[in-house]
Design a protein around this ligand. Structure first.
Ligand code: SAM
Ligand code: SF4
Ligand code: SF4
Length: 338
């Protein structure tokens, strides 16, 4: 039953700390064609397909949230491109009044085949995850082959017309140091906006320790020693997590996302919907709000709106990594959606 409309008084998605939520991360699947050590276990049992939201269900939830002020959506996973016809979902989401941008985070393995259709569907932004340009290191991290396919995917994305492509690289101590300069050279040459992300305690094997975090500051040190001082970029969007820098010659940008050493929770404007239809107010949420149950029991849009507002109201000030009362969420990154 979808006939009931959301009262105008329903308002925006504002939490107890005054943070207004305008960004929704939607995981479309927990499946993936890689097994990155920092995200997934090697042996994995995926959710049964009938527990994943259909595109129609996802679009319905997004429509309700757009009515509450969500403006940008990022599709993620698992690997979103393993779900068939993702371009159709992009089109459905962009057709929702109020939704201004639909972006995608992908490992790029299936991008060569899908870049054109995604571009034609209107996909606004593309982030491709790539931690190394060496096949042996790629395989050590991803526990599968794939570097050549990612590189072909990136070339196809450029050819399809995507601009401002971002490359996400997770940096881990003892693993990433030697990858930083080659990745930087590659991204400068290709015109990609490289962003290094600190390793967060969301790996499925629960092996994270603070010693493994190669901080953004350390990575920046390595970059500056090789390429010279970086120039801080003007922050146009205070809620964006990356601290971006320009190259001194003005040829492009590089950024650092430092959730562990410099958390940006105070500016957080994000909500998440997992592939199995649970609202989460934080990557590190230990509670979830069951949208799928509302959707599949004939619940109306007002019930969905109330559910997400309850989820937002319950949001904590910050993730608390490093504090005594920090609790690791039960779900790993691939089950949440990064
Ligand atoms: N499969 C897609 C990909 O890899 O781009 C999308 C999902 S993945 C979970 C989204 C992002 O989260 C990727 O950029 C990945 O590198 C990052 N990520 C995964 N686990 C992480 C962790 N423990 N700490 C920091 N970033 C992580
Ligand atoms: Fe898959 Fe992305 Fe997780 Fe790697 S980071 S295992 S590509 S979901
Ligand atoms: Fe937002 Fe949670 Fe990430 Fe902090 S840890 S920025 S509150 S999602």
């Amino acid at each position: 039953m979808r006939t009931e409309s959301i009262p105008k008084t329903a308002g925006r998605l504002v939490d107890g700390f005054g943070r207004v939520h305008t960004d929704l991360r939607i995981s479309v699947t927990d499946r993936c064609n890689l097994r990155c050590t920092y995200c997934m276990p090697l042996e994995v049992v995926f959710k049964p397909r009938d527990q994943l939201l259909t595109y129609e269900e996802i679009a319905r939830v997004a429509g309700v949230l757009a009515g509450l002020g969500i403006r940008t959506i990022r599709l993620t996973g698992g690997e979103p491109l393993v779900r068939s016809r993702l371009d159709e979902l992009v089109g459905q989401l962009l057709a929702i009044p109020g939704i201004e941008q639909v972006a995608l985070t992908t490992n790029g393995l299936l991008l060569a085949e899908q870049a054109q259709s995604l571009y034609r569907a209107g996909l606004s932004r593309l982030n491709v995850s790539l931690d190394s340009l060496r096949e042996d290191v790629f395989e050590k991290i991803a526990r599968a082959e794939g570097l050549e396919r990612v590189l072909s995917g990136l070339a196809a994305a450029k050819a399809a017309g995507f601009r401002d492509i971002r490359i996400n690289a997770v940096s881990m101590r003892g693993l990433s140091e030697d990858e930083i300069v080659p990745l930087t050279l590659f991204c400068r040459r290709e015109g990609f906006h490289l962003r290094f992300i600190e390793f967060m305690p969301l790996d499925a094997d629960a092996g994270w320790s603070s010693q493994q975090v190669l901080s953004g500051q350390e990575v920046r040190g390595i970059v500056e020693r090789r390429f010279g001082p970086l120039v801080p970029a003007i922050r146009s969007d205070p809620s964006q997590p990356a601290i971006d820098y320009c190259w001194a010659d003005g040829s492009g940008m590089i950024g650092f996302i430092d959730p562990v050493t410099a958390p940006f929770c105070g500016q957080c404007d994000r909500l998440r919907l997992t592939a199995d239809g649970q609202f989460r107010n934080c990557l590190f949420s230990t509670t979830e709000w069951d949208a799928r149950q509302v959707l599949r029991s004939g619940g109306c849009d007002v019930s969905l709106a109330e559910l997400v507002q309850e989820c937002v109201r319950d949001k904590r000030a910050a993730h608390g990594i490093g504090s005594e009362d920090f609790i690791r969420p039960e779900r790993a990154m691939y089950q949440i959606g990064g």
